[in-house]
Design a protein around this ligand. Sequence first.
Ligand code: R5P
Length: 220
Amino acid sequence: MSESKRLAAEKAIEYVEDGMIVGVGTGSTVAYFIDALGRIGDRIKGAVSSSEQSTERLRGRGIEVLDLNATGPLSLYIDGADECDPHKRLIKGGGAALTREKIIAEASEKFVCIVDPSKRVDVLGRFPLPIEVIPMARSLVAREILALTGGQPVWRQGADGAPVVTDNGNWVLDIHNLSITDPVGLEQALNPIPGVVCVGLFARRPADVVIVGAEPPQVL
Ligand SMILES: O=C[C@H](O)[C@H](O)[C@H](O)COP(=O)(O)O
């Protein structure tokens, strides 16, 4: 899969224009993109990063990381996904970076999503849906989601058994056993639950372009 990820990431470089500020997502596929961006770093103004992990990698490649409040709207956002359906709607957040990713996607004119072929599905939901929650609301949100969807919420924990903490200081619930036939409706239904910070469904704002890593890459 890593070669597919690299091929998708290399293709995405074609969307980067001179003088741009590029929105940059998070994850193993984006890591290849950051490496490729580093090669043309002198041609761009900088990047807006969706996570501490990506910020570190960008800086390590000599790319200046800018504050979204200072840059205003972006022309381009490049990010990976955990699942992608035929309408370019996505599940994201496997790396717990969903909230900042969704903010940058919303602020960007074009969202180019880079995936390996295993991420493509007909119906979203095989990958457990990540939800970032305020810690004190974890049980409340879990109960409401169970009642609303029938899906099984699981509190995300690391290998050491400690809760995974997002860059925003919150926790993540992963909702198992969903078959998401109405992604926009589900995103809208889950968003207003008190304590939900972000739902890892990118349906209201899907990707504009999906690049599937292959030889040659497929552009959808
Ligand atoms: O929180 C993480 C992000 O949404 C990632 O874009 C997503 O998990 C895909 O990551 P990867 O490219 O490592 O499969």
